[in-house]
Design a protein around this ligand. Structure first.
Ligand SMILES: Nc1ncnc2c1ncn2[C@@H]1O[C@H](COP(=O)(O)OP(=O)(O)OP(=O)(O)O)[C@@H](O)[C@H]1O
Ligand SMILES: [Mg+2]
Length: 260
């Protein structure tokens, strides 16, 4: 963890200030305000449809807020396009599959670094591949031929090629085996300890909390909790918080925090 986190007056890396945003006339985020400290991992939790992905999409400029401000390192970025935000060090790994399946692994990485210029992108590819040995072995295969988990690793690697200052990552563990999930969380922890700010949505709540600094819970687009991750893990009401007010008796898988 960086010193910046423990300095109360450090400018937050990410700030949502009374944000209202959604799709067409249907607002999903309701007067959402929160701040994320630099060099931290913040986990966004909440039930399906709570608006977690919408937070990341709004932050990345894919949706324009109807109201409120979004700031990156104190600078107002409300309404700024994704391509501009990318060049300012914000990277986004969306939910689902987002590769060029017919292109090779290597070509996908090159395209991820296109804004850097091809020379710099190619120079950085080897260092990224060191994190992901399975992907490295398949460098000249079509991306679509990789397993689901390998594809996700490639997506994360492609985002890291930009050496982002802020990484937004939506459900990185989908399709990954438990060991690879731990590796991805460890990698995110290493990046955060080196100064990258991470805002992550993840269904493996308990596991992800162990690698996170803070947790934010949403319900119907409203913030219902913002606490240190360790405090959420220690909270006797933790199941109720994870379930977002679901019926008592709905169970959590004690191994990975998933809803059963
Ligand atoms: N492109 C869209 N157009 C219209 N409504 C959308 C769109 N994308 C999402 N929504 C709606 O916005 C709400 C919030 O969706 P969002 O994807 O942010 O939820 P989430 O918390 O990420 O859920 P999940 O855990 O299932 O991924 C949902 O009701 C969803 O149906
Ligand atoms: Mg989502």
């Amino acid at each position: 963890m960086t010193d910046a986190r423990s300095t109360p007056r450090a400018t937050p890396c990410i700030e949502f200030d009374d944000v209202v945003a959604g799709y067409k006339d249907f607002m999903i985020l309701n007067n959402l305000s929160f701040a994320v400290q630099p060099g931290s991992i913040t986990l966004l939790i909440g039930p399906n449809g709570a608006g977690k992905s919408t937070v990341l999409k709004t932050l990345f400029g894919l949706l324009t807020p109807r109201q409120g401000k979004i700031r990156l390192n104190g600078v107002d970025i409300t309404g700024i396009k994704p391509s501009v935000l990318l060049s300012q060090g914000l990277a986004f790994v969306p939910q689902g599959r987002n590769l060029f399946g017919r292109l090779s692994v290597y070509e996908n990485l090159e395209l991820g670094g296109i804004t850097l210029g091809m020379k710099t992108a190619r120079e950085r590819i080897p260092e990224i591949l060191e994190f992901f040995p399975r992907v490295k072995e398949r460098l000249h295969s079509r991306a679509s031929s990789l397993s689901g988990g390998e594809q996700k690793q490639l997506e994360v690697g492609r985002a890291l090629l930009l050496r982002p200052r802020v990484l937004l990552i939506d459900e990185p563990s989908i399709g990954l085996s438990p060991i690879v999930v731990q590796d991805v969380f460890k990698l995110l922890r290493t990046l955060a300890d080196q100064g990258t700010t991470v805002l992550m949505v993840e269904q493996n709540v308990k596991s992800a909390l162990r690698f996170s600094d803070d947790a934010i819970a949403l319900e119907s687009g409203r913030l219902v909790l913002h606490k240190p991750a360790h405090a959420v893990l220690a909270d006797p009401n933790v199941e109720r918080l994870f379930l977002g007010g679901a019926h008592p008796g709905t169970a959590l898988d004690s191994d990975n925090g998933r809803l059963l």
